[in-house]
Design a protein around this ligand. Structure first.
Ligand SMILES: Cc1cc2nc3c(=O)[nH]c(=O)nc-3n(C[C@H](O)[C@H](O)[C@H](O)COP(=O)(O)O)c2cc1C
Length: 267
């Protein structure tokens, strides 16, 4: 995909991004939880301030207590401080975050005592991904509520789904435990960036029958994505970032296929 947008169109797109704000009904404007959820941003620059242990423990607890299908809790969390990350991966936590958690869909643990989905690895995998992702979001919101910022990473720093095989080796994971993403935590350096272009209500909500996308709105959104990326990543572009994903996807697809469909019952 190569797509060029002109200077004026690019400026127009940036202005639209800057005008984007969460819509909070005035009657709920002072609801702190709503503010926390709606003002959250993915943060990619952190100070060196250390996250206190009790705060990080509360973030982890929010993950452990998340909802899950039939309470199966089909997730596992690899927990890191900066030293352990350095020791494990030979580099700093991405964006110099202070703590990190690798979120995994775990279809292995429960199976030791309960084979809930004996003939349905895809359903089992999908359920585990849903559950682990909800736990991840619980951690993310708990962190925000405690003044700690975060970013979820599936690619940056070999930290997620696209490097599942690498993480499997580094962390000694059995088949059926699939790394999905790393959440990097820390205190944000500077103010939060503007909200990236979110799709308008009418593109994502429907009542009754599925509403097919409006192409003009989708084109405008894509232009904003490209312009926003260019403005915030001086040495990269949306297209370069997509190309990085695309370059890794073939291997990742094969690795994930092996990890999901090879049902390993013992360590
Ligand atoms: C599962 C998942 C994986 C992501 N992977 C990356 C990543 O590898 N690198 C990155 O910079 N951001 C990553 N992000 C952050 C998204 O880019 C970000 O959520 C999106 O642009 C919307 O911005 P917002 O979170 O500030 O609303 C990821 C987010 C999610 C939910």
């Amino acid at each position: 995909m190569t797509r060029k947008i002109g200077l004026w169109a690019g400026i127009g797109s940036l202005l639209r991004i800057l005008r984007g704000k969460p819509k909070i009904p005035p009657s709920l404007a002072d609801n702190l939880l709503l503010q926390t959820i709606l003002n959250r941003r993915s943060i990619r620059s952190f100070t060196s301030r250390v996250i206190p242990d009790d705060i990080f423990a509360a973030v982890l607890e929010a993950g452990r207590l998340a909802p899950s299908t039939v309470n199966l809790q089909s997730w596992a969390f690899a927990v890191f401080d900066a030293d352990l990350w350095q020791q494990t991966f030979g580099q700093s936590i991405p964006f110099h975050g202070n703590r990190a958690v690798i979120i995994m869909a775990d279809t292995y643990r429960d199976r030791q005592v309960l084979d809930a989905f004996p003939h349905s690895p895809l359903v089992e995998y999908t359920i585990a991904v849903i559950n682990a992702s909800l736990a991840a979001m619980n951690m993310n919101i708990a962190a925000e509520a405690l003044g700690v910022s975060s970013v979820m990473l599936s690619e940056t720093g070999r930290s997620g789904l696209l490097d599942a095989r690498y993480l499997k080796e580094k962390l000694g994971l059995p088949d059926g435990v699939i790394p999905l993403m790393t959440i990097v935590f820390g205190y944000a350096r500077g103010p939060y960036p503007p909200m990236p272009p979110k799709l308008p209500e009418e593109q994502v909500f429907f009542k009754g029958q599925y509403r097919f996308p409006d192409l003009e709105t989708m084109e405008s959104w894509l232009s904003q994505m490209i312009a926003g990326y260019k403005a915030s990543h001086l040495n990269s572009s949306f297209e370069k970032q997509l190309a990085i994903y695309q370059g890794k996807i073939g291997q990742a697809e094969a690795d994930l296929h092996a990890m999901i469909f090879h049902r390993d019952h013992r360590p």
